[in-house]
Design a protein around this ligand. Structure first.
Ligand SMILES: Nc1ncnc2c1ncn2[C@@H]1O[C@H](COP(=O)(O)OP(=O)(O)OP(=O)(O)O)[C@@H](O)[C@H]1O
Ligand SMILES: [Mg+2]
Length: 504
């Protein structure tokens, strides 16, 4: 039997109602508690959630003002709390529908049964990720639908230190438990130590150990400009021509190729010497060399040499079918790379994954496995608004956010500065896991950009504790306050006890 906790009072609406609490039931009535009441005509059990509780005392009306002195008088007799309930809907086929008929004043209010909440939050076992329990009901697990989460993208948002990476780790565990495929771009090297029992974990870095390599022919002129920020306009034009030439004459090429073309131009300019054997028509080279000064060629050659020294950009590059595999978690540790290199890596790999999936969907070749890209510190890779420079990763992330669903390429963006995120990318994330956020401009920006984030939700964000979140959006049947479950794997990014370190 469910507990009767009160009776509806005042006027009701299809959005909410208020009730008085039955004697001795006060302890059950708290914010975010779920309650039910019968719909007048159909008798459906309408689920609602307590959003506010006002307590007034008839012996102490507002008009008493500041001159009142109470002394020892006990006034709790005249006190009565009135909870306000927001209607969520009635259960139909494991999801919620909004009622069409009203609620009769005087109706009995019950505490919602665990079974009802479980039924609503349930997902089909093979596509369900168990993220934890309802924060106010530890007996009710919260499941999110992995298919929805991956195909329609998700966002994990919170202020710094609130537990984004921990939560993302829980999500990774759950998805990998379903033989998933995930690629994490990890700017702080926080994920590299994850160990999974039944799945492969592959870690790439930008240092010598298991280095990630990008094939040069996948880089665009804009990528090069980003990698060589101080490049001049004439150098850029020259580079563009050299790239075009390489594309025309080779299937794939590397920085050495570019370098050797520049070398030929240099020689032509300097000693008017023509290469004896050479696949390029002499007229092309000659007309190119006429257009540029020798110093431009020399300067560009030095820049390309510098880039080549990093040994990240090569003829072949790491095979995309090594990076994206079924039942494999791939961590791309960017902690040793500067921001421009990181951007280039994120953009080149995301681009390859997206086009590989597209190819597979169209022609059956390319990347077989649908995959989820997790972008930590996403505000750096998909920042909002006009930047003084082009952010190369932003355009591909926008593209995946927009079209990824059709090609089985999901995006999970993780950020502590939602306010700094590109609004298209943010608004395309159809599921949100939001932890504590106190910054009003971040709250406001999320509310504006994300359809499912309501005023109510935003209001709750500052009061969330560590390990508490609100999940909302298409992967859950009901927005609920969530207590994130414990990690099974080792979390990274621990807080440093600074004072203890000083005293060691
Ligand atoms: N649900 C949780 N249960 C237990 N510990 C948690 C939980 N969430 C976070 N923590 C701990 O809190 C600390 C900070 O968490 P985490 O690194 O995930 O925060 P973050 O939001 O990713 O921070 P940053 O903005 O620096 O990336 C870590 O020590 C982590 O282990
Ligand atoms: Mg983090």
């Amino acid at each position: 039997m469910t507990k009767e906790i009160g009776q509806v009072i005042g006027a009701t609406s299809l959005r909410g109602y208020r009730f008085v609490i039955k004697k001795d039931m006060e302890e059950h009535v708290k914010r975010d508690e779920f309650v039910t009441v019968k719909e007048s005509v159909t008798g459906n059990q309408i689920l609602g959630v307590i959003k506010d509780i006002t307590i007034s005392n008839e012996l102490l009306p507002d008009e008493f003002g500041r001159d009142l002195r109470l002394g020892d008088i006990i006034l709790s007799e005249g006190e009565y709390p009135v909870p306000t309930v927001k209607i969520l809907g009635y259960e139909k086929n494991n999801s919620l529908e909004m009622p069409r008929h009203g609620i009769t004043p005087g109706s009995t209010v019950h505490l919602a049964e665990d079974e009802l909440l479980k039924k609503i939050l349930q997902q089909k076992e093979q596509q369900s990720a168990n993220m934890g329990t309802i924060a106010t009901r530890e007996s009710v697990p919260v499941h999110v639908n992995i298919n929805e989460l991956v195909s329609k993208h998700c966002a994990v948002l919170a202020m710094t230190g609130a537990g984004k990476s921990y939560t993302t780790g829980v999500l990774i565990e759950e998805i990998m438990n379903k033989n998933g495929s995930i690629v994490v771009f990890d700017p702080h090297g926080e994920y590299r130590n994850i160990k999974l029992e039944n799945s492969e974990v592959k870690v790439y870095s930008t240092e010598d150990h298991n280095k990630i390599r990008i094939n040069v022919s996948s880089l665009t002129t804009i990528d090069f400009m980003n990698l060589m920020p101080d490049i001049t306009e004439t150098q850029r034009d020259l580079l563009e021509e050299v790239i075009n030439l390489s594309e025309k004459f080779y299937d794939s090429y590397d920085l050495e190729t570019i370098q050797s073309i520049l070398g030929m131009l240099y020689d032509l300019k300097k000693i008017k010497k023509k290469e004896k054997e050479n696949i390029f028509p002499a007229e092309i080279l000659e007309s190119m060399s006429k257009k540029v000064g020798i110093t431009t060629i020399g300067a560009l050659m030095r820049r390309i040499t510098r880039l080549n020294r990093m040994k990240l950009f090569e003829m072949e590059g790491t095979s995309i079918n090594e990076i994206v595999k079924r039942n494999q978690l791939t961590i791309i540790d960017l902690s040793d790379a500067d921001e421009r290199i990181s951007e280039a890596i994120v953009s080149a790999i995301s681009r390859k994954i997206f086009s590989g999936r597209k190819k597979y969907m169209k022609y059956g070749e390319g990347i077989r496995t649908p995959t989820l890209l997790i972008i930590e510190e996403a505000h750096n890779f998909a920042p909002r608004g006009m930047e003084e420079r082009t952010i190369v990763s932003r355009s591909i992330l926008k593209r995946i956010a927009r079209e990824g669903r059709k090609f089985g390429t999901g995006l999970c963006i993780v950020s502590q500065r939602p306010n700094k995120l590109d609004s298209d990318v943010l608004s395309q994330c159809n599921t949100q896991i939001i932890l504590k956020i106190v910054n009003p401009s971040d709250q406001e920006y999320i509310r504006q950009s994300v359809e499912t984030v309501t005023e109510d939700i935003v209001r709750d964000l500052p009061s969330l504790g560590r390990g508490e979140a609100i999940v909302t959006g298409s992967a859950v049947n009901l927005s609920v306050p969530l207590r994130i479950r414990q990690r099974k794997t080792e979390p990274g990014g621990e807080d440093i006890n600074i004072v203890e370190e000083w005293n060691k």
